[in-house]
Design a binder for this molecule. Sequence first.
Ligand code: ADP
Length: 378
Amino acid sequence: MSRILVLNCGSSSVKWRLFHGSDTAGKGLVERVGSGGPADHEAALASILSSVDLSGLAAVGHRVVHGGDRFSAPTIVTDEVIAAVRDLVPLAPLHNPANLTGIEVARRLLPDVTQVAVFDTAFHRTMPAWARAYAIDTSVADRWGIQRYGFHGTSHEYVSRRTAALLGREVTDTNVITLHLGNGASACAVKGGRSLITSMGMSPLEGLVMGTRSGDIDPTIIFHLRRVGGLDVDQIDELLNRRSGLVGLAGDNDMREIIARRDAGDAAATLAFDMYCQRIKGYVGAYAALLGRVDAVTFTAGVGENAAPVRAAALAGLTAFGIAVDPDRDDGARSGERIISPDGAPVAVCVVPTDEELEIAIQTRGVLEADRAPSEQR
Ligand code: ADP
């Protein structure tokens, strides 16, 4: 079985994992790139490549955050693909440049190895027009690329597929509401294995209350802060992306701390916890209505996988929807993929640890196989 190297290049870090089939043959994280660690991404990648056994390397799979409306599937990297990802930098100014650097350096250092780009947005390209569009003047939206792109697609895809497997169902016949609750957080209604709608929008700012992001707000807040508060656009951007959410409400973006303080009676932490969980509940209700039939609600990522109090509060009072958590099954003692709803419940509530790197490796291998198939037939 050939090997796949998965790279996730951030602005100051490179996360990597080497797969042999679905087994991990090595992994690591290089941090402080350009600020005390390796001088640049090239140096970081060179040191990673020199430390791993690259024999039988079939491809490098790159995480790319924004694929715009151009990429609805993982894609073999060509000059044209690089140009297209570069064109999308205005939509993802923090992420796409670092992802691009990773691709360009890997191409230089491994010129004979196929590079594959796997996009966070691609899974959501199946969203219908009513879910993609914002209700603003269509000509303005079209001119500026304003639409819901959605993010965390690799995670929502992986987790919804694993949920179907956990339930012993076909993914094409399974409707799942996936709740990716990490530092960033998003919900997705997955209908028969395809994204119907997701809570992040044109950027990762929309939707759920997050570690440092506000999620949904009235856009007038922005006009008001500009006109009356005198903040400039960059200050408002910084406020909503970095000083809001749990941090803005309670001064801490670690859900463990929020829960501990709430248990001790801290009012700010209680408000933050309640807003976080009630926002999730609202999305679950909305997505249940949009899906029509829900087979499972699945929690994933740092908070979703670990915080039983969040799972309990977010789904409390939903028995009329067939949704309930069995407290004995969610007592914090279990880990791994699991069902936490009572036996026979109409909707299974699940916890599925996400594995975005594995999903990138799976998709990268899929692209290689699809690329080879036609020539084998000739
Ligand atoms: P990222 O979005 O950075 O990949 P993760 O998915 O790793 O984030 O989630 C990180 C968050 O998970 C942290 O902010 C932390 O609050 C939360 N978390 C991790 N472990 C626990 C836990 N046992 N209980 C509650 N929250 C947790």
